[in-house]
Design a protein around this ligand. Structure first.
Ligand SMILES: [Ca+2]
Length: 514
């Protein structure tokens, strides 16, 4: 660990330099989060996606091919990153519970940097709406206001709340009744089908008409101001697209021809999986106008919806590029760690579903890229299994900050130096469901397999179903092979690993936690 110069007691009290209390010299951190961004980007080998700015970042850094969120929905996933704890520790499995209910004194990622001399500022969607944590920041968090829609015919929906995911974070079934309780708290009432504004909008407006352009504007002006300060900064910038509704300036729509966009190759439920594993009628997208309330999405509409999502990706990518360009213009890149992550994946028709809210590879595998001063192996990818709970300890480690004792992740700084290092033996995710009195699906991704074990929330020994997918032959997770008699020994072996959990999956070089 690098010495913390500002914490070393002054040995020469009469020295003027010491009397002025030298500021910390650690690297800055530019922390970029993108809402609902799946790892379908140029730098992930998907050349039909126009993501030149994220791709340029990847060329100077390291791309994590197999990074997994701990729960595939906004607030639980973001809470994992910001607190360094897993959902069963923070008790955040839904979109309404603040993590300080269960962890009143937890030191967040931003707070840890703030406590060690950093100026910590947040812009845009970092925490879930309504759940900001003021203690994280050195100055109040900022979120610019912007109309949701640009076209006159959509004006009546322009001020509606739009990014609160609405469905069914606490495991409420798609048919959840108003006022359904989850974890002792009143769950947010799901929006009725087609009760919101249009699912997408293509308007010929400048980038900063919509919110993400305004977030980039604000991040740029904030960066200019904080670059003049003596202490290093931790600037968190959260972009909202490609979250629904898929509104983006026309020039980003024009990057894609909907007729040339491939539809999901597996528009069906996994064979042999329990019915609650996937929500084909997941209400999030269906709350918007322009999509059927239930049932299959017609192919022509599916092409347009994918074009709309891709336009949102390219729009956010352009705003990310503007922020990073300002970092370069200010000459700060050489002393700045940049981390970029999406809060979870998304299904664009895979498994007949449109949304997140599951334990599938589509939803749990999310983008993660990192650059750091002095990084060797720039432009490489790693297949190491990493978890989003690892981001907190990694950033502290790279900046030379101590690691709080409460953390449940592992710094992957060693992977940054050597992307081929033997690493975690599994990554873990989970998702609740309301069925059968309340279930939790605990999912384990190993190098070859994904196993999801559905247990009673009140009784983890009560196993309702097991899913097992062999990524060597079934990377789309289309066939559950857990119940094949020939796989009994394999299931038993993986169950032992599943029981050992994350503490049992640490790299061989890391001593198990106490
Ligand atoms: Ca999200």
């Amino acid at each position: 660990m690098k010495p913390l110069l500002h914490l070393i007691p002054c040995l020469l009290p009469m020295s003027l330099a010491c009397a002025a209390a030298a500021p910390p010299q650690g690297p800055n951190v530019l922390f970029i989060v993108v809402d609902d961004l799946r790892p379908e980007l140029g730098c992930y080998g998907k050349n039909y996606i126009k993501s030149p700015n994220i791709d340029a970042l990847a060329k100077g850094g390291i791309v994590f091919n197999r990074a997994y969120v701990q729960q595939a929905v906004c607030s639980p996933s973001r809470t994992v990153v910001m607190t360094g704890t897993r959902p069963d520790t923070s008790k955040v499995w839904d979109l309404v519970t603040p993590f300080r209910d269960a962890l009143p004194e937890v030191v967040t990622l931003g707070e840890q940097f703030k406590n060690h001399g950093y100026f910590v500022q947040g812009v845009g969607k970092i925490y879930h709406p309504g759940l900001n944590d003021p203690r994280t920041w050195s100055v109040p968090w900022e979120d610019p206001e912007a109309p949701v829609y640009a076209l006159p015919e959509n004006a009546e929906f322009s001020k509606a709340p739009v990014d609160d995911d609405i469905y069914p974070a606490a495991g409420a079934a798609p048919t959840a009744k108003k006022g359904k309780k989850a974890e002792g708290k009143r769950e947010k009432t799901p929006s009725a089908a087609n009760s919101r504004g249009p699912v997408s909008e293509c308007a010929d407006v400048p980038d900063n008409f919509y919110e993400d352009g305004k977030i980039a504007d604000l991040a740029i002006s904030d960066m200019q101001a904080i670059s003049k300060r003596s202490e290093p900064f931790f600037l968190a910038v959260g972009f909202r697209k490609p979250h629904l509704p898929w509104v983006a300036p026309k020039k980003y729509w024009d990057l894609y021809n909907p007729a040339e966009i491939d539809l999901a190759p597996n528009p069906f439920l996994p064979e042999g999986a329990p019915s609650y594993a996937i929500n084909p009628n997941d209400g999030e997208m269906r709350a918007y106008k322009g999509v059927p309330a239930r049932g299959p999405i017609p192919p022509e509409l599916a092409h347009t919806l994918k074009q709309a999502y891709f336009a949102g990706v390219s729009y956010s990518d352009a705003q990310i590029g503007r922020v990073i360009a300002e970092l370069d213009r200010l000459g700060l890149r050489k002393n700045t760690i940049i981390v970029l992550w999406g809060d979870h994946g998304w299904k664009l028709g895979e498994h007949a579903a449109w949304g997140k809210h599951t334990n599938t590879e589509n939803d749990t595998n999310a983008p993660l890229l990192l650059t750091a001063p002095g990084l060797k192996n720039a432009g490489t990818h790693t297949d190491a299994l990493v978890e989003f709970v690892d981001i907190y300890p990694t950033l502290c480690d790279l900046a030379g900050l101590p690691l709080p004792k409460h953390l449940e992740g592992l710094s992957f700084k060693p992977l940054v130096a050597d992307p081929a290092l033997p690493w975690k033996q599994a990554a873990f995710s989970q998702y609740p469901r309301a069925q059968k009195g309340g279930l939790m699906g605990y999912s384990m991704r190993t190098d070859r397999y994904r196993m999801t074990v559905w247990v009673g929330r009140a009784d983890h020994d009560n196993v309702d179903a097991i899913e097992l997918y062999d990524h060597q032959v079934d990377p789309q997770e289309n066939v559950n092979i857990a119940n094949l008699p020939a796989n009994a020994a394999l299931v038993a072996k993986l169950m032992a690993q599943w029981h050992a959990g994350w503490k049992g999956a640490l790299p061989p070089s890391v001593p198990p936690p106490s």
